[in-house]
Structure formats: C-alpha cells, structure tokens
Design a protein around this ligand. Structure first.
Ligand SMILES: [Zn+2]
Ligand SMILES: [Zn+2]
Length: 383
C-alpha cells in the first residue's frame, strides 16, 4: 500500500534539490523572455544552447543509461570522458547514483515501495517528486553497481560531483559567452534554459513513458512506446521495448524508429569508439510481439458472446489457425537452432551449411513478420 494511502507523514524535503529545481525553472521562465525582448539572443547563443542540450541529453541516454546502467555496449575512454563531462553538466547526479536508482527501477518496476520513481505513485512523483523528499524508495544503495564501482573514472566523478557539476554548469556557458561576446545571453540560454529543458525531457521517461503510449511487447509493467516522447528524448520513448529487452543498445528497434542514441552508438561502431553492441535476436522480438497480439485477440474473443454470427466465427477460426502456425514456426526455429548447435559442437559446420541454416532462420523470421502484419489486420477487425 502506498504511503499516501497508509496516511504516513511525508518524509522531510531535500532542500538543495527543491531549491535547485524551483530556482532554475523560475529563472528560465523570467530571464529567457526578458533578455530575449530587451537584448535579443544571437545565433551563437542559440547554436551553443542546442549543442549543450543535445550533448547533455545524449550523455544521459547513450552514456548514463545505455552504456553504464545497462552495459549494452563498450565505449572508448575518450567517449566515456565526453559522456562524463556532459552527463555531469546535465545535473542528474553521479553515474553511481543514477545507475543504482535506475537498476532498482528495472528490478522493481511499478513497485510502490521499491521502484524509486514508480509511475503507480502518479505523474508528479515519478516525474520529479521522488527527488524532492527523502523517500525510503530513493535511499542510495550501491550494492547493485559493483561493476561500476571498479571504474576509477566513475569513482572520481562521484567523489567530486558537486565541484564538477558547478564547474560545467557555470564554466562552459561562461567560456562560450566570453568566446562569442555575450556572457549574459549565453548564461541564460545555454546555462539556465538548457538545464531546465534537459531536466524535464529526461524526467518524462520516468513519468509519461510509463503512462502514455502503446504496449506492443509486454503488459507486465507500465512502460509505453511513444514516438512523440522518442523525439523529445533522443529515442528513449520506446520504453516498452526497453523494459523487456534491457540489454539491447537500441530502444527504437525498427530502423525507421526515431532513436538518435542508437544511431550515435551504431555509427561510432565504424570508428572503433563503440564496440560489442548487444542486439536482441529478431526471433525474440517477434515472439514477444506475436504473444501480445494473440493474448489481446483471445481476451477480445473471450469477451464476445459464444456462437456469434458467421463472420465472427470465421475470425475466430482464422486466429486459431494463425496461432497454430505461430507455434509451428517457433518449433521449427528451435529445431534449426538445435541442428546449428549440434553441428557447431562437432566442428563440422561447413560454410555452405552455415549459409543454408542462416537462410532457414531468415525464412522463419520473414514468415513471422508477415504474421505480425496479418494479426494487426485481424485485431483491427476485432476492435
Ligand atoms: Zn533502462
Ligand atoms: Zn522505466
């Protein structure tokens, strides 16, 4: 039972966080229009604002999230330094604190007492409220980041987090202001507005991405896929996929899904700056998609009266037939896989056999992706 329902007193406020969020938001709301109207912003102000904004956002998504929290790939030290500088600048705590909380979120997703930003506790709590008070669910516990604690670069960032955060937040916009001869314009746009904007779009992943959108892969948690949020969050809006396949470096798994973080990580693989990218096997993705589609179709059919009109009966029969061929495809896949492993073990897998088995895998995948499309049509008829 959540604390609010249990009528427990609210935990004490964390004043530093509260003041930081309130004052930066107020400063952005007042200073940006005032300076814009009285002095105007230069092209350089806007350019540096956009650069810092994207660098902050991607340092969180591709760095804090996909590299450190989930270890979906490995990165060259120079890229890790870049992520550390701009991740620190985004003022979302150290990698240790961020990743520890995030791993707890995945492990206990939606649990009102253990998920640090459980969406079940409402929009405000999951968006920002969880950082404003000393909630027991948010208590730091670094026992879930033993791998990260071994990294000296991350330990350094954690130890000197406050001076580093201040230096990047004041120092970088100030340096840009001196360089482009507009210190105040730069501090307001690339300093304050950039920080507030980058905070809230990232926070949407914990709040809106657990409330608004579709659930094509799983209904076991509240995470949603939402292309609008994906645009705002450098690809993290495909959160339903992410919560089921956490080890995949992609969140928008289809090539056309807007996920700049995936394009960055994938693009840098060609330069050697990223390596060992983890990809979920296609069959696992298709299995999740089709299982969801069949579950939904069955639930819908079960809600309709038995022995309905002829059209409904025909639909029922088609779905049953689709389900049989789905199970047959999975069984065939398992057989080909077994053959593959067997021949590999005996070290007799010739190149032509490999090509032959691979083409069998592709053929099953092709059949399943056609089935996903057919099921979409059938579901639309059931709606
Ligand atoms: Zn995650
Ligand atoms: Zn989540």
């Amino acid at each position: 039972m959540p604390a609010a329902i249990r009528n427990e007193p609210k935990p004490p406020l964390i004043w530093t966080n509260t003041l930081m969020f309130v004052l930066t938001a107020l400063a952005a709301a007042v200073l940006v229009p005032w300076y814009g109207l009285t002095h105007g912003f230069s092209g350089a102000d806007v350019g540096v604002f956009l650069f810092f904004l994207v660098a902050n956002g991607m340092a969180i998504t591709a760095g804090y999230h996909r590299l450190w929290a989930h270890r979906t790939y490995e990165a060259h030290w120079s890229l890790r330094v870049f992520f550390l500088i701009f991740g620190t600048m985004s003022l979302q705590n150290s990698v240790f604190a961020w990743c520890s909380g995030h791993r707890a979120h995945h492990l206990h997703v939606d649990d009102e007492d253990k998920d640090p930003y459980s969406a079940r506790r409402g929009f405000w709590f999951s968006h920002i409220g969880w950082m404003l008070r000393e909630y027991p669910s948010g208590r730091p516990d670094f026992t879930n980041i033993p791998d990260l604690k071994k990294d000296p670069m991350l330990a350094f960032q954690h130890r000197y987090y406050v001076p580093l955060a201040l230096a990047t937040n004041f120092g970088l916009p100030l340096a840009a202001g001196i360089l482009f001869h507009d210190v105040w314009g730069m501090l307001i746009l690339a300093g304050v507005l950039r920080l507030v904007w980058s905070h809230h779009v990232t926070f949407f992943i914990n709040s809106l991405a657990h409330m608004w959108g579709s659930r094509p892969y799983t209904e076991e948690n509240s995470a949603r896929d939402n292309p609008v949020l994906a645009v705002l969050t450098y690809g993290e809006g495909y959160h339903n996929f992410h919560h089921i396949f956490t080890h995949d470096y992609r969140n928008g798994v289809r090539w056309w899904q807007w996920d700049p973080s995936k394009w960055l990580i994938g693009g840098l693989e060609h330069t050697g700056l990223t390596r060992r990218l983890k990809r979920t096997p296609v069959i696992h993705i298709q299995r999740a998609l089709l299982t969801m589609q069949f579950d939904r179709a069955q639930a819908r059919l079960a809600a309709l009266p038995a022995g309905g009109h002829v059209q409904l009966e025909a639909l029922r029969a088609r779905i049953a037939h689709e389900y049989e061929s789905f199970l047959a495809a999975l069984a065939e896949w398992a057989r080909v896989k077994e053959q593959w492993l067997e021949e590999k073990k005996r070290a007799v897998l010739e190149h032509w056999q490999q090509v032959d088995l691979q083409s069998k895998f592709r053929e099953i995948e092709r059949r399943l992706s056609l089935q996903v499309r057919r099921m979409r049509v059938l579901q639309a008829q059931l709606a």
